[in-house]
Structures are given as structure tokens and as C-alpha cells.
Ligand binder design. Structure first.
Ligand code: PLP
Length: 461
């Protein structure tokens, strides 16, 4: 079909996947057919009740800490996208800190003025590799935004010391960091911020709302071999992952878990007369409208129910592990041609990132190879690998990698995405699309090798 990208094609290896399934599609169709705006429990009790049940199932499936289950003070709610989750969390975090600082004061102009000044000093934080949704959420919430460095030396992850340093710098300027997005699986490289260390640090900053954005990689927590990442989540305030990315639930479905649902309801509960009813008034029921920004809600839990009941735990684990294994074999292929490529990150959750090695410069300064450089052609750039040579190498590598990427994408057989991390232009290959197969990963590798060889040869010539 013209004008449509086929996200379900096995040759789609770009961004992250948006996997579909027959049960997911059926759930979506039923939801569409019921067509209700179900904002209050009383609108359609089944819509609320099923959502609570399936979100508890999902929390248990991922082995999330118990604080995220509805039986305690927490619970899960389905939102459309991770970006909606993040803005919901940022606004709730802003209101929570203002309540904590000024909630005890009598209502009036004076309190409003003090809160307006305080609001202008609030700073939301995220890794320099956090998805842009955090910065967008800060913009929507009218707060400042500051990124926390996450260099190549830490594998593009935020460390607790980098976070502490940024917080201290801001506090020294009289500003108030109130929110941090920790990323579990960054968009560029699937980096994971140092969750355990950040969980320790969280104890020192009880007013800092820490949200974990695991939009893509969170699905891997279905597999026990990834669940060691879960315990630190107990120290944070909220967590989300997109079931529409890697868990076979048709778009859209972002699972949002909150440790203390009151952190949401204290912000979002406004009950005009037309929304009042005896069940809400008696505090007997959950009204999900009080956990979110919009009023109306879709019956998204149906598609989660359909998918979980169809695939089961074993089926979902097998689905995810297949992609992780494919990612490992693609990574091995890239490693097997160190003369052409340098792996930058991965394999991580089916994602490998790499750059193309540039041809040696016309007038090499020395033939020796610096020991710590994986690319044998590096040696041609400098004897001692001075900053100048490093910069020259980077510029040439970026140029040739971009040219290879553009050649492969313009040929139209495969769809990949590039990005830039710490000045390094990288090509990303994701092996987690629904119909991914070894033969297509081998084929895309051959296509990349051919393009890289031709382009570097032309440059050499
Ligand atoms: N967070 C991460 C880590 C992502 O990779 C993405 C998108 O790929 C998002 C958030 C935004 O997702 P959404 O389209 O659900 O807002």
C-alpha cells in the first residue's frame, strides 16, 4: 500500500517495533465496537474492573515489587503512550512537591504567589539519552528541564554520582529538582541507568519523584533472566512500559504503574456535580479518570486480556527470547567483520548499534594501532591518537556511516534508523519485529557489508 510503512514486515528493523497480534487486533475491534467513554466506574463497571485485574496480572508477570499491585496503595492504569504517562507523572510530581511545601498554608492570593515562584524553580531531570517525552512533559508542566550526562564511558547510562552532581549543581543555584526519569532501555542504545545505585540515592531525596521509563525494554522483564532489574523499582514512584511495542498488544497500550495511587488522585481528582454518584461518594470504587489527564477512557484492557490469555506466560517468554537470540546472532555477525564495522553497544534487548570504519586517510600519520581501539584502521589516524586525530577519525567515521545508512534505506529493502550518541553517528538494527527471522538479519548484514565496502572503496579511490 502506498504511503504506509509496513511495521509488521520482518525487514522493518527501525526505531522500536510496534508488534501486532491476532488476539490484540480482536481486542481492539471489540473495544471499538463497544465504543464507550467509560470515565467513571459507574459508566461501565467492567471497563474499570477488568483494567484493575489485568494490570495486576501484568505487574505479577513482570515480577514488579508488590507496592505496584492494587491490593496495597499502588496499582496500574493503561494509558495510550509512554509520552502521556510521562506528562501525567511530571504534572503529578510538580503538584506533589507544591502540596508538600505549601499545602498547610491557608488558601488565598499569598499562597498562590508563593507557589507560582516555587513552580518557576522546579527542574525535571532525565538522562541525556532519555526519550524527548520527558523534556516535552516539562515544557507542558511549565517547569525547567535539565539533562544528566550519560557518556560512552558508562555505556550511556546515568550513574548515581552523575545524578547527585546534577542535583547539587541545581540546588546550589537555588533551583529545585523535583522529578527524574530513569531509563530502562534508552531509545538510542537500550542503555539502562544505574537503577540499584539510584535507588539508594532516592532515600536522600524523598521529594524527588523518580519514574522509570521502560517503554521498549520493559517487556523483557517477563523473562526471569531480566527480573534482577525489578527490586530497585520499589524505591521509585512509578514505572511504565509499552505493551504495544514488544508484547503483542496492538497500538496503543502503555502500562503505567504507580506506588502510591494517592500521588495521582491528589492531583487529578476534581469532581463537578455532573460527575458525582453514590459509588464514588462512598469511596467504594476506582474512578480511573482521577489517575490521568483526560476524562474519557477506551476499553484497552480487553486487548491485554486477549493477548495474555492467548499466549500465556510461556508463549510470551518464547516470543521475547527468540528476538533476544536473533539480536545476539546479528551482533556476532557485526563483530565478525571488525575490518568494516565497530560495535558501539549491544546486543541489548535485540538492539545492536555500530558504525562503519572509515578508510585510512590519504596521508596517515603512523601505521601503528592504538591498543585500546577496536578498529584496526584507527592506527592510520595517529601514532598517539591525539585529540585532533580522534576528531578526524570521528568525522570520517560519521560521514561514511551516514552514507552507508542512507544507501541501505534508500534501496528500500530494509528500514533502519540511525542516531547520534556522544558525537558518534550509529546505525541501529533491532531484531524484535513480529516476524523477525535469522535469514533477514543475515540478509541485512550482507546489504550493509556491500554498501560499506563500496562506499569506503570509493572514498579510498
Ligand atoms: N520512552 C522510550 C524509552 C522510547 O523509546 C519511546 C519511543 O520509542 C518513548 C518513550 C515514547 O513512546 P510513545 O510513542 O509511547 O510516547
Amino acid at each position: 500500500m502506498p504511503g504506509l510503512t509496513h511495521w509488521q514486515s520482518p525487514k522493518y528493523m527501525a526505531f522500536f517495533p510496534c508488534n501486532s497480534s491476532f488476539p490484540g487486533m480482536l481486542g481492539e475491534m471489540y473495544s471499538g465496537a463497544f465504543n464507550a467513554a467509560a470515565f467513571n466506574w459507574i459508566c461501565s463497571p467492567a471497563v474499570t474492573e477488568l483494567e484493575t485485574v489485568v494490570m495486576d496480572w501484568v505487574a505479577k508477570l513482570l515480577n514488579l515489587p508488590e507496592c505496584y499491585l492494587s491490593a496495597g496503595e499502588g496499582g496500574g492504569i493503561i494509558q495510550g503512550t509512554a509520552s502521556e504517562v510521562v506528562v501525567t507523572a511530571v504534572v503529578a510530581a510538580r503538584e506533589r512537591i507544591l502540596r508538600r511545601r505549601y499545602g498547610h498554608l491557608p488558601e488565598g492570593e499569598e499562597k498562590m504567589d508563593m507557589m507560582a515562584v516555587a513552580r518557576g524553580k522546579l527542574v525535571a531531570l532525565g538522562s541525556e539519552h532519555a526519550h524527548s517525552s520527558t523534556q516535552k512533559a516539562a515544557m507542558i508542566a511549565g517547569t525547567r528541564y535539565r539533562s544528566v550526562p550519560a557518556p560512552q564511558s558508562t555505556n550511556f547510562a546515568v550513574t548515581a554520582s552523575a545524578l547527585r552532581h546534577t542535583i547539587s549543581e541545581l540546588q546550589a543555584k537555588g533551583l529545585e529538582p523535583f522529578y527524574f526519569t530513569a531509563t530502562l532501555g534508552s531509545t538510542a542504545t537500550c542503555a539502562i541507568d544505574a537503577l540499584s545505585d539510584i535507588a539508594d540515592l532516592a532515600k536522600e531525596y524523598p521529594d524527588l519523584w523518580i519514574h522509570v521509563d521502560a517503554a521498549y525494554a520493559g517487556s523483557a522483564l517477563v523473562c526471569p533472566e531480566y527480573q534482577h532489574l525489578c527490586p530497585p523499582l520499589a524505591a521509585f514512584d512509578s514505572f511504565n512500559f509499552n505493551m504495544h511495542k514488544w508484547l503483542l498488544v496492538n497500538f496503543d497500550c502503555s502500562a503505567f504503574f504507580i506506588k502510591r495511587r494517592r500521588d495521582l488522585t491528589d492531583t487529578y481528582t476534581l469532581t463537578p456535580t455532573y460527575l458525582r454518584n453514590e459509588f464514588t461518594d462512598q469511596g467504594l470504587v476506582t474512578d480511573y479518570r482521577d489517575w490521568q489527564i483526560p476524562l474519557g477512557r477506551r476499553f484497552r484492557s480487553l486487548k491485554v486480556w486477549f493477548v495474555l490469555r492467548t499466549y500465556g506466560v510461556k508463549g510470551l517468554r518464547a516470543f521475547l527470547r527468540k528476538h533476544i537470540t536473533l539480536g545476539e546472532s546479528f551482533h556476532a555477525l557485526v563483530e565478525s567483520r571488525k575490518d568494516i564495522f565497530t560495535v558501539v553497544t549491544g546486543p541489548a534487548f535485540g538492539l545492536t548499534t555500530f558504525h562503519v570504519n572509515p578508510p585510512p586517510p590519504a596521508t596517515p600519520s603512523s601505521p601503528s594501532v592504538p591498543a585500546n581501539r577496536p578498529d584496526p584502521r584507527h592506527g592510520a589516524y595517529a601514532n598517539d591518537f591525539t585529540q585532533d586525530a580522534e576528531a578526524r577519525y570521528r568525522e570520517d567515521a560519521n560521514q561514511v556511516t551516514k552514507a552507508v545508512f542512507e544507501r541501505v534505506n534508500s534501496e528500500g529493502e530494509f528500514f533502519l534508523t540511525p542516531t547520534v550518541v556522544s558525537g558518534i553517528y550509529i546505525i541501529r538494527v533491532v531484531s524484535a519485529t513480529l516476524n523477525a527471522e535469522e535469514k533477514w538479519l543475515k540478509r541485512v548484514f550482507d546489504v550493509l557489508v556491500k554498501a560499506a565496502e563500496e562506499i569506503t572503496k570509493a572514498k579510498e579511490g
